[in-house]
Design a protein around this ligand. Structure first.
Ligand code: PLP
Length: 406
């Protein structure tokens, strides 16, 4: 059973103070905190079996290889992917999305249309724009509806009007927290013989995701949003597609044989993993998923949902606060502005009261442009946050509103 007090004690950072106040960490959409178990798994690797993977015959290299490849299997299984060849370990969701855009280059032709959600993180916009400049595909945004979710109906219309070759959408938007109908977008892509690319960076830490059930062609995940370390993430892709795609970066590990008369490439997944991988953090990522399983993840998600509902209901009822969007399915985030105040001032004053929120465009400038805003303040909760922390945040926000608007 999910036990909040026990879970909070697993995260040493939650006990610290900021400016003499107990820390309230509401910046989980930027990165999550890490439990002791994850931190220890990383130092344990360096303490006991630090070694390069794959080519060593000595004991340490064997242990590191087993731990690294075992972590790959663990990570895949969490997302419903049994074939380790479909689990490509990369630097994060950004690198995963760049890999897809760069390796699809030979599968697309000038004039093909890439539909990209209007509320995407820049990581799921810019690689497609770079492809547009490089090979003449066209990037068209899928409009956001008034609630803050991407409009599947608009995407259907766009598919009837254009030769759509890729549909790239976020599972959950990081600036609004809207849960998009990704199943609908995957099906739409299939109906149009287009590739489906899902940015799962904001979904994975807040719900169980089964990529095989979703049947997406590509699904990108970031470990540091899921209680794992920074600098590691995963691209989950369909084997038949990954086999057809060319390697992206060249170097060690991704080759089969190198000769000046011709080079051949390794099999999946290593074909896409050039160079020494991030061994320690891959192990840390797998440990984070073990941790999530151990705390009753389903119970954790239910608890987080209660905390988030408490937050959003209170925010929506405040006259002096504008909340960005009001999606039917709303995850972790509450993006807001205090009327007449700049979000940076709101964030700075909240920090003085021990509360960490993010301010600015959240790497989603088109979202801000759509709503005609320079930016927002964004509170984002995780399963280790409490109702009491929300109440503390609301009291602090009311003080800040008083300071900025009276
Ligand atoms: N996509 C979304 C929706 C995000 O929120 C983020 C991180 O903020 C990213 C992509 C980038 O992920 P990473 O930090 O793993 O590169």
């Amino acid at each position: 059973m999910f036990d909040l007090a026990r879970v909070r004690s697993d995260f040493p950072i939650l006990a610290r103070e900021v400016h003499g106040q107990p820390l309230v960490y509401f910046d989980n959409a930027a990165t999550s905190q890490k439990p002791t178990r994850v931190i220890e798994s990383i130092s344990d690797y360096y303490d006991r079996y630090n070694s390069n993977v794959h080519r060593g015959v000595h004991t340490l290299s064997g242990e590191a290889t087993d731990a690294y490849e075992g972590a790959r299997v663990r990570i895949g299984r969490w997302f419903g992917v049994e074939d380790p060849g479909e689990v490509i370990l990369l630097r994060g969701a950004t690198e995963a999305l760049n890999l897809v855009a760069n390796t699809l280059v030979d599968s697309l032709k000038p004039g093909d249309v890439i539909l990209v959600g209007e509320t995407e993180h820049h990581a799921n916009i810019v690689p497609w724009q770079q492809l547009e400049a490089r090979i003449g595909v066209r990037v068209i945004p899928i409009p956001v509806d008034p609630s803050g979710a991407l409009s599947l109906e608009s995407a259907k219309t766009l598919c009837s009007e254009h030769p759509v070759a890729v549909i790239a959408v976020g599972h959950v938007s990081n600036a609004i927290g809207a849960l998009n109908d990704v199943q609908g977008f995957v099906t739409l892509a299939q109906e149009n013989q287009a590739y489906s690319v899902i940015d799962g960076a904001q979904a994975a830490p807040h719900m169980m995701v089964n990529v095989k059930e979703l049947n997406a062609d590509f699904y990108a995940v970031s470990a540091h949003k899921c209680c794992g370390p920074t600098g590691i993430g995963v691209l989950l892709g369909r084997r038949d597609l990954l086999e057809r795609l060319p390697p992206w970066q060249g170097g060690g590990d991704m080759i089969d044989r190198v000769s000046f008369s011709g080079t051949t490439y390794n099999e999946l997944p290593w074909k896409f993993e050039a160079g020494t991988p991030n061994i320690a953090d891959t192990i840390g990522f797998a440990t984070a998923l073990d941790y999530l399983e151990s705390i009753d993840f389903k119970g954790a998600v239910e608890h987080e949902h209660r905390v988030h509902s408490h937050l959003t209901e209170a925010m929506l009822s405040r006259d002096k606060v504008d909340v960005l969007g009001h999606p039917n399915h709303w995850v972790s985030v509450c993006s807001f502005n205090v009327k007449g105040a700049h979000p940076t001032d709101v964030g700075t004053l909240l920090d003085q009261l021990g509360i960490a929120v993010r301010t600015g465009h959240h790497c989603a400038m088109p979202t801000m442009e759509h709503f005609g805003l320079p930016g927002t303040a964004r509170a984002s909760v995780a399963f280790y946050n409490s109702i009491e922390e929300v109440d503390h945040f609301l009291e602090a926000l009311d003080r800040v509103i008083g300071m900025l608007t009276d």
